[in-house]
Design a protein around this ligand. Sequence first.
Ligand SMILES: [Fe+2]
Ligand SMILES: [Fe+2]
Length: 157
Amino acid sequence: MDRINKILNDEEYKSIINNIEYKEKDRIFCLHGLAHALDVARIGYIIILEENLPYERDVFYAAALLHDIGRYSENEEKYGHHFSGAELAEKILVRAEYTEDEIKEICEAISLHKNRTDGGLSEVLFRADKLSRNCFKCASRELCYWNENVKNKELYR
Ligand SMILES: [Fe+2]
Ligand SMILES: [Fe+2]
């Protein structure tokens, strides 16, 4: 948990999260701030435990905490938030003392989280990301761009 707290206390991470939360203060759709990142971390780690998947908590939490940091970033328009986020995540992970191999795995999962992949850390990240959205109680459900058949109409796995 030490390294996860290093991410949470990283000055650049805090400033990116503050910026996302500020930019989304009037947003009526799903948000991408710290509460969302933590929902994804916890839901994904439950999946890992329930399905006995071979991912360490520190590694999955890092991917979840950092997965949307590319939102509103300089390179978002050019590469999309998943790729720009992976780029930004690298330095933060180095400062939080993740190993080179872990950083590679985490950044790859972040860059792939937009679409469902076939296995790997990115698949858990994708599933947890989608499951974190409470469409069943969302006032903006009708206006949301999500396809009707992927909206979470109830709590399920
Ligand atoms: Fe995302
Ligand atoms: Fe997300």
